[in-house]
Design a protein around this ligand. Sequence first.
Ligand code: DGJ
Length: 540
Amino acid sequence: MFTVITLSYLLNVHAQVHMPRLVRNDNYFQLLVDDQPYLIFGGELGNSSASSDEYMRPIWPKLKAMNLNTVIAPVYWELIEPAEGKFDFSLLDSLGKNARLNKMKLVLLWFGSWKNSMSCYAPGWVKTNTKRFPRSVDKNGVKQEIITPFNKNNLGADKSAFVKLMQHIKETDNKQNTVIMIQVENEIGMLPSARSYDEDANKAFEQPVPEKLINYLENHKANLADEVKSLWGKNGYKTSGNWEDVFGKSLSTDEIFMAWHYARYANEIAAAGKAIYNLPMYVNAALNHPGWKPGIYPSGGPIPHLIDIWKAGAPDIDLLAPDIYFPDFQHWADQYDRHDLHDQDAANPLFIPEIRFEKGDDAKAFFAFGNYNCLSFSPFSIESTDHPETEAIGKAYTILRQISNLITTYQPKGNVAGFLVSKDSSTRIDTMGNYRLTVKHDYTLGWSPGAGNSSWPLSGCVVIEVSPDEFYVAGTGVVITFQSITPGKRASFFRIDEGKFENQKWISGRRMNGDQDHQGRHVRIPVDQFGIQRVKLYQY
Ligand code: DGJ
């Protein structure tokens, strides 16, 4: 009897767990997995790795050694539907099984119509039938290896494969929630012209700009990206006419036109998939190379100046995500963190599905989760390391996983900050509660080993204020001082403890006094060390 009751109780509890979803409360986004806020400490696999079960075998221990909680992995149209209407999900099933064995979640990338602009993952039966599945055409009339978004057959074929995929995930995973999100297509964008000149595209270009887009532009005029607003404004904010009537004749107009049609295509796929199994879905962007023109960089993807066009055209896509391969992390991240826009349709949380796997990712991860409403951080080709156990990103994830719950609890209250410091920008100042924090790079301490080095590693940390005089500091390579914001008062440390969280319970380790806090002057986590310190202050 006891067993029966326990089992039915467990089943009930299980039944109450909802599927993964994205929620927005008080202008703050959360990804809920098994009903708990979830931050993705991830890694994206190299493109071909997940196409072979055998190739993946030695990769799983590497992913585990780097402490990932989520693997971002492709599902290939050509492999799941090698012949029209005949599906094979064996690779996906194995990916799911291994993810569960390793206690990881999956974000699946739908390599469907487009992968980095191209249609290389369309099955052979699509690629070879260009009459039924027409291609985009550049401005010189040359057909491209890019199926056109203006054709219903292309959309229909992609959509029915995607629907099958979502059906399969629903049937096999709806109790376990291994798959938590879906990326629709990969780095969409037209090359080598700013727009396609295929027959259907040319017809669409002469059509009136859809009312849906005009309404969005009118309703969001105040917050539109400068490029779109000024293009539209220069032309007198027209509310009717074809694309060139409304936006003028330019490459930028061609780009907006493509963005709209790509967004509609991706939206239709996402909506059809969600109707089967309503997982959160996003589209990723190949960022526009500064100084290049659309068509030289992939034109029409969800890049910063086109976010509004995508938001208008793809309301079923939950978020737009940057793949960050350029320097100046903050510049790009700033443009995708639109969580505080009061405007529901235009808001967006930062979600990084790909970032170049390189030195400094550890510091950027601390900064990203502390400074932004960031839901995912994920270096690309994560399995390419030969030394997973010593990778800095793995060490950062070990720390971030311990404080994930603190971040998602205190960030909505405004009590979390993130800092990124480098040789060129070695000091950051911010006020948290009753204190002004000065965060410096560890090498600003003259006696720090490495202070004289010509290059300094990036350093970063998250600071969480849990009560008026109490903070957790987590990160690497930083020195932090606290000042009272009350005139005439001084701040000092009551205690600083190093420690860790186990099952969300704080366990203190060393008392960090003497040389470790410079006799009560600062909190320090040296370069190459990763840690959490609990800091209690007082004022006098
Ligand atoms: C970005 C793409 O989304 C990935 O699939 C991969 O091609 C990387 N670029 C390579 O740097």
